[in-house]
Design a protein around this ligand. Sequence first.
Ligand code: FMN
Length: 386
Amino acid sequence: MLQHLNFLTAGESHGKGLSGILEGFPAGVPLSEDIIAHDLGRRQKGHGRGGRMKIEQDRAEILSGLRHGKTLGSPIALWIKNNDWENWKTEVMAHEKPVNDIPAVTLPRPGHADLAGVQKFGFTDIRNVLERSSARETAMRVALGSICRVFLRELDIEIASHVVQIGPVKTVCEVIEDLNELNEQADRSAVRCLDLKLTQKMMAHIDDTRRQGDSVGGIFEVLASGVPAGLGSYTHWDRKLDARVAAAMISINAMKTVSIGDGLDVATAPGSEVHDEIIKVGDMIKRATNHAGGIEGGMSNGEMIRVQVTMKPIPTLARPLKSVDIKTRESGIAHKERTDACAVPAASVIGEAMLALILTDAILEKFGGDSLTQVKAHLAATGALT
Ligand SMILES: Cc1cc2nc3c(=O)[nH]c(=O)nc-3n(C[C@H](O)[C@H](O)[C@H](O)COP(=O)(O)O)c2cc1C
């Protein structure tokens, strides 16, 4: 669904590391490894994460596409080392056949890619599936998205996120227009919740659930301000901005619904409460409200983009569900791995990265330009209807 930009990731969860390439990105964008490290660090946080995040201190090395602090317009290649590889390289994840036989994982976890994955590839060891289907891969998406975030910031477009719900504990969404302030406030909460009292309740719910050997999901919201009107298009199904945003969000591991603006509430409310009246503010044409979440007819309409995403509970359970052994066909209980009990806060940072990638693509599609200077000039010349 990307029209101009391309990106690719590679790497297994306990492999040597993750690789990523961002291609079609303009020249002249200021970039450093420290900038990317900031967002990678934010992805690693959040109450409910498992032991893995204590092992990793994610940092992306920039291998190409950068000179003297500015992007070159050539492909940007990144590398994130998996510290945990040291513990896996000689046996379970060895590139060569190991000296000792490694027992295969044969009890698929309900809710994971395990069973459908072995059926698809004809594997007899579920590890061949779970290593790549793991959300470890999203660390690279965050790194690539953070490059796009720098570009967007140069155009005064900001992206932020916060957690709206963990299990049954739900907050009423506050509107904070300044997304830097919103993100700073969310970053201060161990669950990225803007309400500090609810932060405590959410943490307690995660702890209770974990104690019972279970896992918990939730909802997060991603927002973008300063987005010019007219990104995306109503002319083709696959150029619609809402379709592109939805595909990007649902592609994140464990995401099950994506809604834009008022989302599910639009099913019950009458039209007069759902559609945003068009008003004059001075010489500008504006909206009185933003129920649409900044997208109408598959295009940005100049208002704040608001996307809510639902994450299901993590499938690996300390008290595993029933399963069937793919080798013996005997009933058993699902395989157990070291696991998170809740990863909704981390997922919201991944959601920011996916929105950054999609908006960068849509900006480059509409305004073009090989360099940041050219994109800025094109943007200034277009003058969106205000
Ligand atoms: C940040 C993040 C961390 C995750 N951590 C785990 C985990 O520790 N254990 C697990 O079983 N699933 C975890 N998941 C979810 C699985 O990766 C996901 O459910 C699985 O890939 C199946 O994909 P699906 O749920 O989209 O069908 C995580 C997801 C995200 C976004």
